[in-house]
Design a protein around this ligand. Structure first.
Ligand code: BGP
Length: 468
């Protein structure tokens, strides 16, 4: 058997993408509640106001998870549901909600994997000190995380500190695709540095509190390929590895920024705003695992002739980046693409796991992997999604090969269990095993339907990955 006995067959989600109840029972607004209401920021101006109404329907969803045999469920806590203004006054109803969700999961035999932060910063902190740009966010994040450990620490064995720090800093501060919609490399470095400090302090505190669960960040890892064996393309790929991958993962694991990335940043005329004492904060915060959100690989060239054709069904960025002079993202003619022009590349998952294992000697948790596709609800309530099954099967096989190569993998979270809100793609880009009957224009009754892939993953879980 390749998959160890306690391997976790799981699925993942995020608060803003499922909960709805945006301002219900004392929840304060997050930056996404504000951002998604500004015309043009999201696809067809969709929001997570209602999302798939997990806030009211969590029991039905958890019962479906139990029916499938799901062993763990990754979800995030909305900071502003627990602390409406990010700091200070607690919202007891919000705190109780997550107790109920965790208790319900446990009662159904499902291990909770809790993400502390999945992009929905309390808007009050954005207003008070510009959110991640304000140094104060480090202590506020740390205090929020400590509160979660106090409340839920005895019941939760897996914690993800931050979801895709590389994505929320890049899309928010460089590519103008997430709040606060900036294109400023120095601001990006600043926000990211604060996130690193918050992450490190949180991991240290979790351990200092005496818990024995596992904690780590989730990194959006798109391993880089060189476009060609021309040395300038290989060097461009090396630069991309430094600035797009090691810049984050080395800092998490080694507790210090990588030498080459820092030099490159200085050569571009920017700097990481280190203050006295920061180096010590970053030290000794090695995570228990590297969370890997894997969707696709990226192909790098010094100069690009063929860039990836933009998909018409999403919000696109046209912002320039200072790194454009060092490397560009190019098309990859060797792989198929999704309807949103994401590369379908199962081998990339194996490569991701191998690179992490050999560079860091750290276990991995695949915290997201899945296919966004259009699905059709048939008149009889069935949804036939062989493309999703084929995608997941190929990635499970790649993961199995990586385990045989020597990688330690704790578990596999598909993205996602239910269909949910996609930040920049509305509701038509579906990822779930469970179809949720709503679209951009109409929430309808949000009824749940099991897709073919629901039953397929049920078999995978029941046989610990042997039947797929
Ligand atoms: C990851 C995020 C998820 C999810 C997923 C799919 O980057 O952590 O929240 O959205 O990507 O992406 P999308 O919804 O853009 O297709």
């Amino acid at each position: 058997m390749t998959f160890q006995k306690d391997f976790l067959w799981a699925s993942a989600s995020a608060a803003y993408q499922i909960e709805g109840a945006a301002l219900t029972n004392g929840k304060g607004p997050s930056i996404w509640d504000i951002y998604s209401h500004v015309e043009g920021n999201t696809f067809k101006n969709t929001t997570g106001d209602v999302a798939i109404d997990f806030y009211h329907r969590f029991l039905e969803d958890i019962q479906l998870m139990k029916e499938q045999g799901l062993q763990a469920y990754r979800f995030s806590i909305a900071w502003s549901r627990v602390l409406p203004t990010g700091t200070g006054n607690r919202n007891e109803e919000g705190i109780a909600f997550y107790h109920t969700v965790i208790d319900t999961l446990l009662a159904h035999g499902i291990e909770p994997i809790v993400t502390i932060y999945h992009w929905d910063l309390p808007n009050a902190l954005q207003e008070a000190y510009e959110g991640w740009l304000g140094r104060e966010v480090v202590d506020d994040f740390h205090a929020y995380a400590t509160l979660l450990f106090e409340e839920y620490g005895s019941k939760v064995n897996y914690w993800v500190t931050m979801n895709e720090q590389n994505i929320f800093t890049s899309l928010g501060y460089l590519q103008k695709l997430h709040p606060p919609k900036m294109n400023d490399f120095q601001a990006f470095l600043r926000a990211n540095h604060h996130a690193n400090l918050a992450n490190a302090k949180t991991i240290k505190t979790y351990r200092a509190m005496g818990f024995h669960g596992k904690i780590g960040p989730s990194f959006a890892y798109s391993p880089a390929y060189a476009k060609s064996c021309a040395p300038e393309d290989v060097l461009a790929m090396e630069d991309a590895l430094e600035l797009e991958n090691w810049f984050w993962m080395d800092t998490y694991v080694n507790g210090a920024y990588p030498i080459l990335a820092v030099r490159k940043i200085e050569q571009m005329g920017y700097h990481i705003p280190m203050m006295e004492g920061d180096a010590e904060i970053l030290q000794d915060s090695r995570p228990d695992f590297m969370g890997v959100n894997y969707y696709q690989t990226t192909t790098i060239a010094k100069e690009v002739e063929a860039s990836i054709k933009p998909s018409g069904n999403t919000v696109q960025s046209t912002a320039q980046r200072p790194t454009d002079t060092w490397y560009r993202v190019s098309d990859n003619p060797y792989v198929q693409k999704t309807d949103w022009n994401w590369m379908i590349d199962p081998s990339g998952l194996r490569i991701a796991l191998r690179r992490i294992t050999s560079r860091y000697q750290l276990p991995t948790l695949i915290s997201e992997n899945g296919l966004g596709a259009y699905d059709t609800l048939e008149a009889d309530g069935s949804v036939h999604d062989p493309y999703r099954i084929a995608f997941l099967k190929a990635h499970i096989e790649a993961m199995e090969a990586a385990i045989a190569d020597g990688c330690e993998v704790l578990g596999y979270c598909t993205w996602s269990f239910q269909d949910l809100f996609s930040w920049l793609n509305g509701y038509a880009k579906r990822y779930g095993f469970v179809y949720v009957d709503r679209d951009e224009e109409n929430e309808r009754e949000l009824k749940r339907y099991k897709k073919d892939s629901f039953y397929w993953y049920q078999r995978v879980i029941a046989t610990n990955g042997q039947e797929r």
